[in-house]
Design a protein around this ligand. Structure first.
Ligand code: PBG
Length: 335
């Protein structure tokens, strides 16, 4: 981190407003940039033929597979490098063991194939976690006493990762927070010859209320029994986030993520400074909803606070941002 000058000149030799007086000067000295290339577009996939609005996320719809080619072309046109796909698995396919996660013809696999067939040059990211597939809404397998089993879950996650990579997924993003899963997935990928698959680890993922609208979008909210505090992190902790990130890098993550985003900008900055690895942030569903509802109520200028929030991520050190605002932000940035 650049340190401030030891003895800045005093007023009136220094008048900081001189650099703010004209647009050209502000542009010249801006410290941070925000480009469409810094954005990842999260898309929830619908299992039927229709677009389905998500009540908790005004403006967001689940997208049917048939519409993904056009969406991918739009992303490419806007300069958005990658999509993150999430399936809304039909209720009847959700089981205690989440077996649908291993189906090579599952909704997520059909979605990946549709995107890659239409726009091969766009990056596709897939979550590795069982919550879109389990009837109890948890990210892992549940033991008889209700605990989420770690090592048994990791085995399933490795198989899930392979299924998704074989469908064409470029980036495996473990979002489950089981211990040791990044190393196990990396070993499974290597053993299967998938040496070029990227792993984006949701490394510092907090047990957060800001995921509420997402759980509605992927249909796991109403099913979730209890909460995720035995595997997702306590919002009180920062040193633990650094330990989690260190572990995931050592286990083979190419990129790490901090999640949620805006309430955790301090963690993004610390992770970026401590490790210097590609660091992504997830501007999650609840953060989207806050701005969207406030803007619809006339309380905020939507475009302005959207771009200001995304710039804040970049200022905090995020290399890229997963954000539901991606297409609108890219459009606004393109001017
Ligand atoms: C699932 C997962 C979650 C999100 C991404 N992957 C929610 C959760 O852990 O319950 C949240 C995304 C968002 O809120 O936008 N493992």
């Amino acid at each position: 981190m650049p340190s401030p000058p030891r003895s800045p000149a005093a007023f009136p030799a220094t008048r900081p407003r001189r650099l703010r007086a004209q647009a050209w000067a502000r542009a010249l000295v801006a410290e941070t940039t925000l480009r469409p290339a810094d954005l990842v577009w999260p898309v929830v996939v619908a299992s039927g033929e229709a677009f389905e609005p998500v009540a908790a996320m005004p403006g967001i719809e689940r997208v049917p597979v048939r519409a993904l080619p056009a969406l991918a072309e739009e992303a490419a046109r806007l300069g958005i490098p990658a999509l993150a796909l999430f399936p809304n698995t039909p209720r009847e396919l959700r089981t205690p063991g989440g077996e649908e996660a291993l189906n090579p013809d599952a909704l997520i696999c059909r979605a990946v194939r549709a995107v890659k067939a239409a726009v091969p040059e766009i990056g596709v990211m897939c979550d590795v976690a069982l919550d879109p597939y389990t009837s109890h809404g948890h990210d892992g397998l549940m033991g008889p006493d209700g605990t989420i089993l770690n090592d048994e879950t990791v085995e399933v996650l490795c198989a899930q990762a392979l299924v998704q990579v074989e469908a064409g997924c470029d980036v495996i993003a473990p979002s489950d927070m089981m211990d040791g899963r990044v190393g196990a997935i990396r070993a499974a990928l290597e053993a299967a010859g998938h040496t070029q698959t990227l792993i984006l680890s949701y490394a510092a993922k907090y047990a957060s209320g800001f995921y509420g609208p997402y759980r509605e979008a992927v249909g796991s909210g109403g099913l979730l029994k209890g909460d995720k505090r035995t595997y997702q992190m306590d919002p009180a902790n920062r040193a633990e986030a650094l330990r989690e990130v260190a572990l995931d890098i050592a286990e083979g993550a190419d990129m790490v993520m901090v999640k949620p985003g805006l309430p955790y900008l301090d963690i993004i900055r610390e992770v970026k400074d401590a490790f210097g690895v590609p660091t992504l942030a997830f501007n999650v569903s609840g953060e989207y909803a806050m701005i969207e509802f406030a803007a619809r109520a006339g309380a905020l200028d939507r475009e302005r606070v959207m771009l200001e929030s995304l710039m804040a991520f970049r200022r905090a050190g995020a290399d890229a941002i997963l954000t539901y605002f991606a297409p609108d932000a890219a459009r606004a940035l393109k001017g």
